[in-house]
Design a protein around this ligand. Structure first.
Ligand SMILES: Cc1cc2nc3c(=O)[nH]c(=O)nc-3n(C[C@H](O)[C@H](O)[C@H](O)COP(=O)(O)OP(=O)(O)OC[C@H]3O[C@@H](n4cnc5c(N)ncnc54)[C@H](O)[C@@H]3O)c2cc1C
Length: 392
């Protein structure tokens, strides 16, 4: 079957390039029954110009070429406060501050409690801190590509940080719209894949249980005043509108089994995530990630505050970044493309398991689905923990 914008269930990444390019508003990004964003089509407005298909990375993947990298930089900000507010070593912040200090603008992803969505927004409208840290859910790009185009046309420096498929979508959109992007810097990250906002929303609803409203979430909460709340500990935090906060540590029944495990075990990712190879064919200038490879590099000190890795996919920003950040911790090591860390793709390609997950969510609800999936495992894990304690 020929690929068209309307039959891309497995390939569409929900990047929204097709919606942004259409000047007749025939397309809009809407959540499907699983909660993932797909373009919805209004054929009455369509003049069949074909731009939506021309801009689609899934239909025209020819710009996707493997990136050659010989080395990677391990990076840790010297500022403790930056590390505490970042998922790993603060690599994103190191690039973003350069742009902001030059009166530029940063587009990245934040949680919006009003729309109850994780979405792309910009630093002209929201504080920079809200954009830091990983949100383990699909991010809604909305009209951000069009806003980036406007800013570039004004000659402003723009930084966009997003998933590899979002960066690919943005680049293809700007190319199709003939926009000069010399002032644009793009960053993507090694991306495990994304669950839908429906999963997070149902989980948050359950956490709220009719009490205070959750106004923000932090998937990578760190508190350096406490020893075990650092980079490796993966503590999750909810902030409520009454000013209180709730920490859910790993192995906590609710967070670990009800949200984190289905994500980590690829039970509920977007269909396109299962076949994604984007980080090895990145369209971004720079790729970043958590340097979990630290376990092999005993010479690098791991203080549990966080380490990023930085890959330059072209030479454009490398020298300035090295010069500006010379007082931070930076170590250059060889790049081994086959390391699990960079490929990040160990997903199964048949959709049976993830499809039955969402069928069950629609039939029985999210919480019942994850309870059925993990209850036995939870009991087993707790028994093992108890036995370990007794043996010790
Ligand atoms: C869904 C997801 C899966 C990931 N999987 C891996 C992995 O398997 N291996 C690995 O090494 N690293 C992974 N990362 C990246 C990692 O968690 C850190 O983002 C990365 O190390 C950069 O950390 P930092 O301290 O430099 O930046 P931070 O200050 O933490 O900034 C993170 C940046 O990512 C953006 N962002 C956050 N959530 C999203 C989202 N849902 N969609 C789009 N953009 C977002 C933020 O706006 C910000 O620009 C993943 C991130 C996400 C969001």
């Amino acid at each position: 079957m020929e690929l068209s914008i309307l039959n891309l269930e497995n390939e569409c990444t929900g990047c929204g390039a097709c919606v942004s390019i259409c000047s007749h508003q025939c397309l809009s990004l809407r959540p499907n029954s699983e909660g993932f964003y797909y373009p919805e089509y209004d054929d009455e407005k369509c003049i069949e110009c074909g731009l939506c298909e021309k801009v689609c990375k899934a239909i025209h993947p020819e710009d996707n070429r493997p990136v050659t990298r010989d080395y990677i930089y391990i990076y840790r900000s010297r500022e403790e406060s930056t590390l505490e507010k970042s998922s790993s070593g603060g690599a994103f912040t190191s690039f973003a501050l350069d742009v902001l200090n030059n009166k530029g603008i940063v587009f990245a992803t934040r949680y919006n409690a009003d729309t109850r969505r994780v979405e792309v927004a910009n630093t002209d409208n929201f504080p920079f801190d809200s954009f830091r840290k990983s949100k383990y859910v699909e991010s809604y790009a909305g009209d951000s590509y069009k806003l980036i185009k406007e800013q570039l046309k004004k000659g402003r420096d723009v930084l966009f940080c997003g998933t590899p498929c979002q960066v690919a979508g943005l680049k293809k959109y700007l190319k199709t719209a003939n926009v000069v992007d010399d002032n644009l810097i793009t960053i993507d990250f090694v991306c495990h894949g994304v669950p839908s906002m429906l999963c997070l929303d149902k989980f948050l609803e359950f956490e709220e249980s009719g009490k205070s409203k959750i106004i923000d979430v932090d998937f990578r909460y760190k508190d350096f005043s406490k020893k075990k709340v650092g980079w490796h500990n993966m503590v999750y935090c909810e902030y409520f509108d009454d000013g209180s906060k709730k920490l859910l540590k790993p192995w906590n029944l609710h967070y670990h089994y009800y949200y984190y495990l289905p994500f980590l075990e690829n039970k509920n990712l977007r269909r396109s995530c299962y076949n994604c190879n984007q980080i090895l064919e990145s369209c971004a200038d720079i790729s970043i990630g958590d340097f979990w490879g630290i376990r092999k590099y005993k010479s690098i000190k791991d203080d549990n505050n966080g380490l990023s890795f930085v890959l330059f996919n072209n030479k454009k920003f490398e020298k300035t970044w090295l010069d500006r950040n010379s007082s931070d911790f930076i170590e250059k090591i060889p790049f081994y493309p086959n390391e699990k860390q960079y490929t990040a793709r160990t997903h199964k390609t048949d959709f049976q398991e993830r499809d039955s997950f969402y069928q069950s969510v629609n039939k029985h609800g999210y919480i019942t689905t994850v309870r059925r999936l993990y209850l036995k495992r939870y009991i087993g894990d707790m028994v093992k923990k108890l036995l370990k304690k007794v043996v010790r």
